[in-house]
Design a protein around this ligand. Structure first.
Ligand code: FAS
Ligand code: PHB
Length: 395
């Protein structure tokens, strides 16, 4: 016999989308429960994004989860684009008056979980048999078995599917329009105990392949290498990784600082957009509805943006009885998602090398030459990278 309870919003998934939504709803006095099928430790340790748009930084502050971000985040004026032996700085602060901040997704998840637990808000980790029913009624049910093996049925006003690309929510939306592109390469990412030898991120297009020099702190580097789509991680020893990074970033008198590699993984590249992001009382947010290749640093920022828009829509619907924002939720999100999807595709296709394709090679270098020499072109990149049309908390 399941334990029955009631709340206003049932949230599936304790990633950035689900946690930010729960936090923003609570600021509006709207109760929710977050159901997560992984452990808290797993969620807090999962190595993913690291670059925050200006709007995301402002939103985390407004949500009351910005204290450590302000203390430990690394504010950057822009990025470097490297190609044909040249390294060019694109200064967002000068071009569009916005900066970006390096602060790991792991830390955002920790900060939001801490904020929810400090408010004694319900988050169930390590749940199993999670399911959703009744989304076309006005009392959908979120069912799960908790870590102690007790079955629960939570009757909600609304369900938020924040359960990522492989979650259970998107399949519940009938007649989805799906747009997808897979890329013939992947990213091998490492975390290393090495003080970065650059002050800001370097996106490097080398004839051997793309590489990204990011960081997590003054002592920890985060670096990525373009590898073939089906690459086996076992084929990459630490020495081979460092040698390839030195080759792809190397400039006379400058080198990558090396150290102990503490995390290694391969991430496939895909663009994916599914809509509508709503069906009855089910609303999708974040990777549950869209995936972007990480070269544009958009995935996490899109997830937070969806949570901001959804929190406003649900507040209007559930508190004021006004359905207009909820009715427009999917279209409003998809306009922003498609802009970010194009920018991520633009950065990915400009930076990644397709071996044996001299036309593509020439086109990419022409685009890079243009973006690093034309003020309007650099301004467009700066506007998109630092956050175009970012939603505002309470907007
Ligand atoms: P998430 O996937 O983060 O969270 C979904 C949550 O739902 C997870 O905790 C999952 O365990 C849970 N869940 C799934 N099914 C469930 C079920 N049935 N019941 C309950 N819970 C369930 N973005 C960048 O900007 N830069 C990057 O470098 C970058 N690197 C990435 C590397 C990898 C390997 C991946 C997968 C993504 C990467 N991303 C990157 C994108 C990433 O940051 C996402 O955009 C971000 O995590 C999206 O947040 P959510 O939508 O909350 O989804
Ligand atoms: C990261 O720091 O993990 C990161 C930064 C920028 C990107 C992708 C990943 O485009």
């Amino acid at each position: 016999m399941a334990v029955s309870s009631r709340t206003r919003v049932g949230i599936v998934g304790a990633g950035p989308a689900g946690l930010m939504l729960a936090q923003l709803l609570s600021l509006r006095g709207i109760d929710s429960i977050v159901i997560e099928n992984r452990s808290r430790e797993y969620c807090e340790a999962r190595q993913r994004a690291g670059m925050l748009e200006a709007g995301t930084v402002a939103a985390l502050r407004a949500a009351g989860a910005g204290k450590r971000l302000d203390a430990e985040g690394l504010e950057h004026d822009g990025i470097y684009l490297q190609f044909s032996g040249e390294r060019h700085h694109v200064n967002f602060r000068e071009l569009v008056g916005r900066t970006v901040t390096v602060y790991a997704q792991t830390e955002i998840v920790k900060d939001l979980i801490a904020a929810r637990l400090a408010a004694a808000a319900p988050i169930e980790f390590s749940a199993s048999q999670v399911s959703v029913s009744g989304v076309t009624t006005d009392a959908p049910v979120l069912s799960y078995v908790d870590a102690a093996g007790v079955a629960h049925e939570v009757t909600c006003d609304v369900i938020a599917g924040c359960d990522g690309f492989h979650g259970i929510s998107r399949p519940l939306v009938p007649g989805l329009s799906v747009y997808e592109r897979s890329y013939p390469y992947a990213w091998l990412g490492i975390l290393a105990d090495a003080a970065p030898s650059t002050d800001e991120l370097i996106y490097s297009r080398h004839e051997s392949g793309f590489a990204l020099y990011s960081m997590r702190s003054p002592d920890v580097s985060r670096l990525y290498l373009q590898v073939p789509a089906e690459e086996d991680l076992q084929a990459w020893s630490d020495d081979r990784i460092w040698a390839e990074l030195q080759k792809r970033f190397g400039l006379p008198g400058w080198s990558v600082s090396e150290g102990r590699i503490t995390d290694k993984s391969i991430t496939p590249m895909r663009s994916f957009v599914a809509g509508p992001m709503r069906h009855g009382r089910l609303f999708l947010a974040g990777d549950a509805a869209h995936i972007v290749p990480p070269c544009g640093a958009k995935g996490l920022n899109l997830a937070v943006g969806d949570a901001i828009v959804l929190a406003s829509a649900l507040s209007a619907l559930l508190v004021e009885g006004s359905p207009a924002l909820a009715d427009d939720y999917s279209d409003a999100c998809l306009r922003r998602v498609w802009r970010a999807t194009h920018f991520s595709y633009f950065m990915t296709s400009m930076m990644h090398v397709l071996p044996g394709d001299p036309f593509d090679d020439a086109i990419q270098r022409a685009q890079l030459r243009y973006v690093t020499s034309s003020h309007p072109a650099a301004t467009s990149l700066a506007e998109n990278y630092s956050g175009y049309d970012s939603p505002v908390v309470g907007g």
